[in-house]
Design a protein around this ligand. Structure first.
Ligand code: HEC
Length: 143
C-alpha cells in the first residue's frame, strides 16, 4: 500500500504548487474550489484505473461533493478579481451568463450521475462525461 500514499503526497504537492504565491484572496478561494473538484475527480479516476479498490458509495459521494462544489462557482467568480497567477480570462465577466450556465451544467450532470455508479465499469463513462463538462468551461474561459 506504499504507492497510493506516495501518489497522494505528490498530487497534494502539485495542488499546493498550482496556487502557491497567489496574493488575491478571491482568486485563491476560487482556485481552492477548483482544486476540490479536481480532488473528487481523482477519487473516481484512481478507482477507474484500479489504483484504489472500487467503492460505489465513495464514487457516488465524490459526484455529490462535485455537484455541491459546482454550485459555488458563480459566487466564487462573482467578483472580477485578478492575480498574476490567475488563468481566468476577462471573458468570464463579459459573458457571466454563459459562464454560470457552464457551472450549472456541471452541477446538474454530477447530481444526476451521483447514485448511478454501481460497478467499476460505470466509472470510465462517468469520467468522460464529467471531464467534458470541465473542458466545456476551461476551453472558453481559462487561459
Ligand atoms: C464554469 C466554468 C468552470 C467549470 C465548469 C470548471 N472550471 Fe476549473 N477553472 C475555471 C477557471 C476560470 C479557472 C481559472 C481560475 C483562475 O486561475 O483564476 C479554473 C481552474 C481550474 C484548476 C486550477 C486551479 C489552480 O489552483 O490554479 C483546476 C485544477 C480545475 N479548474 C479543475 C476543474 C475540474 C476538475 C472541473 C470539472 C469537474 C472544472 N475545473 C470545472 C473554470 C471552470
Amino acid at each position: 500500500m506504499k504507492t497510493p500514499l506516495v501518489m497522494a503526497m505528490i498530487l497534494a504537492g502539485t495542488a499546493a504548487l498550482a496556487h502557491g504565491g497567489v496574493q488575491n484572496a478571491d482568486v485563491m478561494n476560487r482556485m481552492m474550489g477548483m482544486s476540490e473538484l479536481a480532488k473528487q475527480m481523482k477519487v473516481i479516476g484512481t478507482m477507474a484505473k484500479g489504483a484504489t479498490p472500487f467503492d460505489a458509495e465513495a464514487a457516488n459521494a465524490a459526484l455529490a461533493r462535485m455537484a455541491e462544489e459546482a454550485s459555488y462557482i458563480p459566487a466564487l467568480f462573482e467578483t472580477e478579481a485578478d492575480d498574476p497567477k490567475s488563468e481566468a480570462l476577462p471573458l468570464i465577466w463579459q459573458d457571466f451568463g454563459t459562464f454560470t450556465t457552464r457551472a450549472a451544467e456541471l452541477e446538474r450532470l454530477t447530481r444526476d450521475l451521483s447514485g448511478t455508479v454501481a460497478t467499476q465499469a460505470d466509472l470510465r463513462p462517468v469520467m468522460q462525461q464529467v471531464g467534458k463538462a470541465c473542458s466545456a468551461c476551461h476551453g472558453t474561459f481559462r487561459e
